[in-house]
Design a binder for this molecule. Structure first.
Ligand SMILES: [Ca+2]
Length: 277
């Protein structure tokens, strides 16, 4: 069966994969026999993601541009990875060198203060934070904007697992938003241990934010590289990073640049000093 034959399927109503496969094969036979004209791909951006998932993540999706249950499930399953290697000492030293430092003390202090523990959820999905107001801003078809649990002009709705299904809600929102505008959706998540926004994908050296998210799912080194690229290319904080010390006042410029104007309220400059003491 040629999976490029565009067949519109309503995944929502499919009982299971077997039914879906039978339906696809039956339609493919009809298309081959000239009895049915192939349905145009419904959404080219969604079809692109379906192809990406098939080629890069070994999924077996029908490339039809319809983002239903099967596509959402394949997306979540592809990005869950429990065997991502932890960063090594040598890799951490390499990151420090790339930041212009001589040892790992500063990068370790930043990692301690600016991260929220592991870079992965228990499900095996890399940590993300979905920003519904970013999606609202990035979505390209402005006329199709509708307020939903994943789209809103106001920030908020930062639930962990409000529907108690074991899947982090940011990932569920992302999985739904992918069906509306994949590029906008992927630009709207903070990614990994250091929560670097997908919208910075180019400055982090990726061709597309899905590649950045994929890298974050596969290794802790990639997540540290995002921190490095955020400091060097997004926030432009290399001198401020190299000024970090056990004296809180020397850390104010980095904390202001990295954490924003509220850094003092949360004492990031002091926390960095403590981590370097
Ligand atoms: Ca959930």
């Amino acid at each position: 069966m040629n999976i490029d034959i565009a067949i519109e399927l309503n995944h929502e109503n499919m009982d299971n994969n077997a039914t879906e496969i039978q339906a696809v094969e039956a339609l493919a036979r009809d298309v081959a026999a000239g009895e049915v004209k192939p349905t145009p791909i419904k959404n080219e951006d969604v079809a692109w993601v379906q192809r990406w998932l098939n080629e890069r993540a070994g999924c077996d999706l029908v490339v039809d541009g319809v983002w239903g249950t099967a596509s959402r499930a394949a997306f979540l399953s592809a990005f869950a990875y429990r065997h991502a290697p932890a960063i090594t000492r040598a890799e951490l030293l390499q990151i420090a060198h790339e930041l212009g430092d001589v040892d790992t003390r500063r990068i370790e202090a930043v990692a301690k203060v600016e991260s929220n523990g592991s870079g992965w959820f228990e499900s095996g999905l890399p940590k993300i934070l979905y920003e519904r107001h970013k999606f609202w801003k990035h979505v390209r078809n402005v006329a199709a904007r509708v307020v939903s649990w994943f789209a809103n002009p106001q920030a908020g709705g930062y639930t962990m697992d409000i529907n108690k299904n074991g899947i982090n809600d940011s990932w569920e929102k992302l999985a739904f938003a992918m069906g509306k505008d994949p590029l906008a959706a992927l630009k709207s998540v903070s990614i990994g241990k250091f929560q670097v926004l997908g919208e910075h994908y180019a400055q982090c050296g990726y061709d597309h934010p899905i590649e950045m998210l994929w890298a974050a799912s596969r290794s802790e080194l990639a997540q540290y590289q995002m921190l490095r690229d955020y400091i060097l290319h997004v926030a432009d904080l290399k001198p401020e990073f190299l000024a970090l010390s056990r004296h809180a006042d020397t850390n104010r410029a980095f904390a202001r640049g990295y954490n924003g104007v509220k850094y003092e309220k949360y004492a990031y400059h002091t926390k960095l000093a403590d981590a370097l003491a």
